[in-house]
Design a protein around this ligand. Sequence first.
Ligand code: MN
Ligand code: MN
Length: 306
Amino acid sequence: MAILVVGHKNPDTDTVASAIAVADLFTKRGQEAQAITQGPVAPETAFVLEKFGFAAPEIVTDATDKKIILVDHTDISQTIDNLDKGELVAVVDHHKLGDVTTPNPLEMWVWPVGCSGTVVKSMYDFYGVEIPANIAGVLLCAILSDTVMFKSVTCTPQDKAAVEALAKIAGVTDTMALGMEMFKVKSAVDGTPARDLVFRDYKDFDMSGKKVGIGQLEVVDLSMLDAHKEALQAEIEKVKAEGRHSVFLLLTDIMKEGTEMLIASDDPSVVEKSFGVATKGEPVWLDGVMSRKKQVVPSFEKGFKA
Ligand code: MN
Ligand code: MN
C-alpha cells in the first residue's frame, strides 16, 4: 500500500506541489508513495498543475490504517482526519512545530525557510535523486507563491537559490514572468462586481470629525485593473455619496511597490496636504506606499488636521 503524502487543509500551491515532489522522491527511494489533498485545489494551484502537466491529486480525508507523510504543516487542526489511527512516517515543513506526535521515530525535515518546496529541493540533493523537470516547475511556483515572489519577510536566501536551480531544471527562463502569470490568476478581479472590489478590504475612519473610507486592492500588476478603473471610480463616488467626506481606493502594485489612489472627495486638496501630490480629484501615484495601516492612514490623519 502506497504511503499517502498530504499537506494542510485548504490546500495552497506549496502544499500540493511539495506533496507531489515528496511522493516522487520517496517512490524513487524505494518506498512507494502517492500525493493526495484534503480538498479541491485553488485556481492558482490548478493553473500551476496544468502548466506542468499534472492532474490534481486525489482527495483523501481519512488516515485510518494508512502510512502518512505530512508536508507544509504539523498542526492537528490542519491535518488529515484520524492521523492517530494511521502511521506518520515523515514530515517536511517550514512552519513552527505543531502538535502532532508519533509513537515511533520518523524522518523530519523542518527548516526555517520560506517554503516547503525549498526543503524538498534540498532533500532531492541530499539523496542524490535527480529532480524531474515538471516537478522542478511546480516546486518553483510553490516557492514564488509562498514568498510572494521573494517580497515576503519570510523569504530566505535558500529560497532564492532553490528557485534559481529549479528554473534551470524546469527550463523556465523568466521566473518572474511565470510568477506574475500565477499571481494574476490568484488575484483575478474579472467578473467581480465593482462594489465587491471596493469593499473586499475596506475600512471607515474618523479623520478630524470627517468620515473617510479607505479600501485597498493588492495586485501584482496594476494593468490587470485597467478595465475596471472607471467602474471603481464610479463606485467610490457612490460610496462617498452615502454619507462620507471622502473615499479613497488604494490600488497597490506589489511588484512596483507603490499605490495608485483613486479619489472621491469633497476636498481633494487633502491629498496634497497628506502626500505632497497635487490633484483635483484625478488618481495619483504614491511611490513606495504599500501599507494602509502604516503609511496611508497616518498621512491622512495629519492632512485632515492641517
Ligand atoms: Mn501552505
Ligand atoms: Mn508553505
